[in-house]
Ligand binder design. Sequence first.
Ligand code: BMA
Length: 322
Amino acid sequence: MSNSSHELFHRYDGNPIITIYDIPYPANSVFNCGAVSVNGETILLMRVEDLRGISHLTVARSKDGKTNWDIDSKPTLLPDPINYPEEIWGIEDPRITYLDELKKYAITYTAYSHGGPLVSLAMTEDFNSFERIGAILPPEDKDAALFSKKFGNRWAMLHRPIISTPYSAAHIWISFSPDLIHWGEHRILIRAREGAWWDANKIGLSPPPIQIPEGWLVLYHGVKRTAGGVIYRLGLVLLDLEDPTKVLRRSDEWIFGPREHYEKEGDVDDVVFPCGWIVDGDDVRLYYGAADSSIALATAKLSDLRRYILSCPVAVTSLRWG
Ligand code: BMA
């Protein structure tokens, strides 16, 4: 029942829910994961970094989405650099969107190529077998997720080209496609702020946008550069339901940021990095990588998120090309 950004998400008491000690084979870390509910079972598609520093994806399943995780005994989806050379340095940070029209789950993930990170796509019906579509956006680009339905006859995707120079910043873009493979109509959608803001200079999409009666709810991360390193925090945006190129609202304050020890200390300190959230009635479960070292859970009420985003300022900046 809160209008305060500080109380929207509550950390689960049993955090972190999955650590490297839960992975049944040798690896360095487990963190950023996509999340979906399939027939009432929670499925996490987790980024696992191996002992070479190269990441792959592994599935974890749980009945209640909190405990008793059943983790695949070996990597579920390995990079395939023979057939997909852009995966030479691993696959990372999956976001999962169910496409009702195709009756398939679309997984957008980062492939780490010789040319830098880029956006790749794979499809699955069961999280056992996967159909790779391959690279869909060239480097440098990451933090991509699909909307769950078409607008007119085109799919839409949010993503973050990195193109950051002394004169430009890393913003969230939107692009459209007739077939999920060929993407165009690229435009800047949500701009990084400037100066001392928590989301100055570099932002990126976190989990896929979710449809609510008021529009599309977007959770994004802002990366603040400080003398002590960077801090990853989260904010909310509302996009128009019919026309997602329109930003309606944006939170000024971050709504969630590193606070507990497992978020503040790890392979990369001060990071909360969600790639998945599951809506179950009025309950929202947010699964996030903590300090690039473990997976944690925070919960919120969808009604509180809706009330909060509608209390946020109307977006005033020009949406097209800054
Ligand atoms: C981002 C991504 C994430 C990672 C974060 C913090 O650029 O690479 O996978 O969690 O940095 O290191």
